[in-house]
Write a protein that binds this ligand. Structure first.
Ligand SMILES: [Zn+2]
Length: 253
């Protein structure tokens, strides 16, 4: 059986969507009111680390004339200005994958100042229209809780989750290394509908082609997707360990 979570497997989903007549759209465009004909697939990528994987995915999409949204963290290896710039040059949207509430130990004033600083650093590289929280699954509070104290609209952005009504969307996410992970996905939700039993990339592609649901959001973490066996195997080990921790947390919480 072919390995899943490779670039080739991702291309399989994208090509199935295109063959089924889907119109791909970025999150920022959707939140700003752009409405292509249905069926619509909103493409979202959270870049937690390994930005070179995001770049490869961005090239794959661009070669098919597709634009997506890439949310970049500003801490750690994800923050690679040259790669962010290159992805933006391909025509993709760049967004901020924020985690400031967690980084500032849940102090709203400190967190907001840090948020503005990090957003500013990203804006020196590319225009930023939307933001999406980093899940920080091990953190005590959700990063989105910063917005109980402050307003993100003051900084001229929309929030991927809070600014949109996703209730009519089918939501496919690779969090937990399966499109059907309910036990290991602690925070990654948009309030959309899920499809139980659709776990693999091939199954997602088949579902799109067979049922053609009118509104879909596909959320994929590029770090997980590599054709190179070593990078793929290393990620398998990381995902397996992380899933074990998350199942433990779910039991404790
Ligand atoms: Zn993240």
């Amino acid at each position: 059986m072919a390995r899943d979570f490779t670039l080739k497997a991702y291309a399989g989903i994208v090509d199935a969507a295109l063959a089924a007549g889907y119109h791909p759209v970025g999150v920022g465009d959707w939140l700003d009111g752009f409405r292509p004909c249905e069926p619509v697939i909103v493409l979202r990528h959270d870049v937690d680390r390994r930005p070179e994987h995001a770049l490869a995915m961005a090239h794959l999409e661009a070669s098919r004339g597709i634009l997506a949204t890439y949310y970049f963290r500003t801490v750690g290896s994800a923050f690679n200005p040259a790669i962010i710039r290159e992805i933006a040059t391909l025509g993709h949207e760049i967004g901020y994958h924020y985690e400031d509430f967690h980084l500032a130990k849940y102090d709203p004033a400190k967190a907001h100042a840090l948020y503005l600083k990090n957003l500013g650093a990203l804006r020196e590289i590319a225009p930023i229209r939307s933001i999406a929280m980093h899940g920080s699954p091990l953190a005590k509070y959700s990063n989105m809780e910063l917005w109980n104290h402050r307003s993100f609209s003051e900084s001229g952005v929309k929030d991927c989750i809070l600014s949109g009504d996703w209730s009519q969307f089918l939501f496919f996410t690779d969090t937990g290394r399966s499109f059907d992970a309910r036990l290991t996905n602690l925070r990654d939700t948009i309030g959309g509908k899920r499809v139980p039993g659709v776990a693999s990339s091939a199954a997602v592609g088949e579902h799109l082609q067979t049922y053609c649901p009118p509104l879909v959001q596909l959320s994929v973490h590029p770090e997980r997707w590599s054709d190179r066996l070593w990078a793929w195997s290393r990620q398998l080990v990381v995902d397996t360990a992380a899933n074990g921790v998350k199942v433990g947390l779910r039991i404790l919480r």
